[in-house]
Design a protein around this ligand. Structure first.
Ligand code: NCD
Length: 359
């Protein structure tokens, strides 16, 4: 049991905390038990997960290796509860579960669950948890995954909860795969330390950027550029966290000026599902598209990223450039999620040992 345990704190006390203060409640002995906020991952934890993901990726290349990985969690069940649209994150977790042998069940639409009979969402998830050893969930309400983790920790059958995207606030496992992609992309150019990274698009409501920006504070000398129309700029709450962590950043609407300066460009789509009055349609976002012409001014070792799905913000003609790594991000997501699940269940040491003995 960690020092800060979720069954030792009332919901009101816990819910009043910021993400940084909540983080210790989700971690036990340097490993995530729940994976709910980006703020719970320290740099050593990130490095451990990235190296474990690489071991898993290499072990999975052989049939014996795949069989070994599947033997790790064949007796466990995961519930995939996705109450918000998702294809890639759902399939990414589903594939990750298959790699480590976890059997899966899913609920993808609350209109097919007893919530339509008036059951509270908490009761629904508590029911699912009775069949599962792990809950992986996406929900439109910010903080709902945390509420479930707290609730289950206060039952006789607590199970770990992984946040696969919550409201507009957090997408911690996307941030993990983004870090893994950055680390792999910069393997030969000194790693993530010292790099300049631009975030472009809807930074106000894009949860991937909010989670990743925080993780970058763990790297020395990283500078962030938040490039968006003023109406869609990043939230003050994140900027305060970056200030406190001493990470330099620039806020700008001048995408053209930023492109040649940076080592990574993280594009995002307009999150208009959150519009109240169609307000995004009145914002000119065309200056925040990455086009084929931009490739000639982009640094030669830079990378272009996107959590996907994309709309018009990256011209498909850019896809064939070796600096476009968004399809690699998708594959990296599967490996880092498999690594996270293995580490939640304490199988990481066995996997590392297997890799050392079989390489
Ligand atoms: C992102 C999300 O759901 O926040 N998608 C994903 O998980 N890869 C980004 C988005 O929907 O724009």
């Amino acid at each position: 049991m960690s020092k800060a345990a979720l069954n030792q704190v009332s919901w009101d006390q816990f819910n009043g905390l910021g993400a940084i203060e909540k983080a210790p409640y989700f971690v036990e002995n340097g490993r995530s038990y729940h994976a709910l906020v980006a703020q719970q991952f320290s740099r050593p934890m990130l490095e451990d997960l990235c190296s474990l993901a690489t071991d898993v990726r290499r072990i999975a290349k052989t049939r014996d290796g795949s069989r070994f990985l599947q033997s790790q969690l064949f007796d466990k069940h995961a519930m995939l509860y996705f109450a918000q649209p998702s294809t890639r994150t759902y399939l990414s977790f589903y594939s990750a579960c298959q790699i480590v042998g976890l059997q899966t069940m899913n609920v993808r639409d609350s209109s097919t669950s007893s919530e339509v009979k008036g059951e509270s969402p908490e009761d629904s998830v508590r029911t699912f948890s009775s069949y599962a050893d792990l809950i992986i969930m996406r929900h439109p309400a910010g903080g709902f995954a945390e509420r479930i983790a707290w609730m289950l920790s206060n039952t006789s059958r607590p199970v770990p909860v992984v946040n696969a995207g919550s409201g507009k606030d957090q997408h911690p496992t996307q941030a993990l795969l983004d870090i893994y992609t950055l680390a792999r992309s910069f393997e030969k150019t000194g790693g993530i330390d010292g790099k300049k990274i631009a975030f472009v698009g809807d930074l106000k409501r894009g949860r991937t950027v909010r989670s990743l920006a925080w993780l970058l504070t763990h790297y020395e000398g990283v500078k962030a550029y938040f490039v968006a129309p003023p109406e869609l700029q990043i939230g003050e709450d994140i900027l305060k966290q970056l200030d406190a962590a001493g990470m330099p950043y620039e806020i700008t609407a001048d995408f053209e000026k930023v492109i040649p300066e940076v080592d990574a460009i993280y594009m995002t789509r307009i999150q208009d599902e959150w519009d109240v009055d169609n307000e995004s349609s009145r914002i000119d976002t065309s200056k925040f598209y990455f086009t084929k012409d931009h490739l000639s001014v982009l640094k030669k070792d830079a990378v272009i990223m996107h959590p996907l799905p994309r709309r018009k913000e990256i011209d498909p003609a850019v896809d064939s450039d070796p600096r476009a790594v968004y399809w690699r991000q998708v594959r990296n997501g599967m490996w880092i999620r498999a690594a996270l699940i293995l580490s939640i269940f304490g199988c990481d040491d066995a996997v590392r040992t297997y890799y050392k003995e079989h390489k």
